[in-house]
Design a protein. Sequence first.
Length: 248
Amino acid sequence: MQLVKPTSWTLAVCALGSLLGGVAVAQEEQAARMTTALTAAARPAEDKERDPARKPIQTVQFLRIETGDTVIDAIAAGGWFTEVLSAAVGPSGKVLAQNPEFFVSQPGFVEREKARHDRLGNVQAVHGELAAAGIVAQADAAITALNLHDLYNGQNGEATAVAFAKGIYDALKPGGVFGVIDHVGIAGQNNAQFHRIEVAQARDVLTKAGFTIEAESDILRNPGDDHTKPVRDMARRSDQFLIRARKP
């Protein structure tokens, strides 16, 4: 019997298949862990009610957040995503739940935040700017959800939003991912009044901060939203975009 020596192409295909198989197993393990954590009795019922629209597992895996990662929840506010990310990275990972002083100074905020973080076990609170806390080139990924529009539509407009994104850029390791979720706005209308932002504006903010737009997903899109109402009228079911950007 003649033995056929594998070609470099055959070996490469086998290696790729093995790699993809390993990724699939890791994602299955992560999804199972997240399902268990997000359905746990200790998690607030109002947070669970938001899951069908916000698709936590699909979002995390689109952003390629992995077990063991260090991830920033930028402007974490009430902590819905903090808990999602905590489950996603697992006990070997860490979540940096960042909040500006505006939130931290609200009565009872720190106490509620601490109670959640103590329950989760792998979360560190960051109050104020990431750089001021010494978080530079430390994170594998970051996410900000439904926040960019407020920065863009507020004082100094785009410049404020770009400065925020640049702060995330600096906190990420080279190759780190930044996920941005926000309410879709339409050109020519008063998006500030509706608490929305155009997708093109979000892209511009990210590229001006130094990121490369790697991919976009429609998993959070809602064709039933005609974009002419304030997002508070949409019962948490606004049309939302999801961008995956990467630090080169």
